[in-house]
Write a new protein. Sequence first.
Length: 122
Amino acid sequence: MAQPTTVQAASNESRILAALGYPIWVVALVVLLTDMKKNRFMRLHAVQALGYTLAWVVIYFGLSIILSLPGLGLWRLYFLWPLLRLAWLVIAVYYGYQAYQGQTFRIPIVSQFTDQYVSAEK
């Protein structure tokens, strides 16, 4: 992961909304659907937060399908679901904290896709 950079122009309100977008994906969606997306800092974090959440949804459902395949005996690993949810929450809070500090950062794999959307909108 690249070193985070701090953006000086981010207001307190922008930083709070950007931080809340990671654990509460609806906040990120509201940012993208309103005029708040004109602020590059908020748009970057909103798109990254939605990409992060979407990536976890894909992982969650992908593992659900794999673990439910009969004959593999992997159903015993279902006790790991609470740990998976906890990992999502801990990482989301960490990213939210970084956003609140006014930092921009890259999320591995997710940022490769979200950068295209962030730079395309002006």
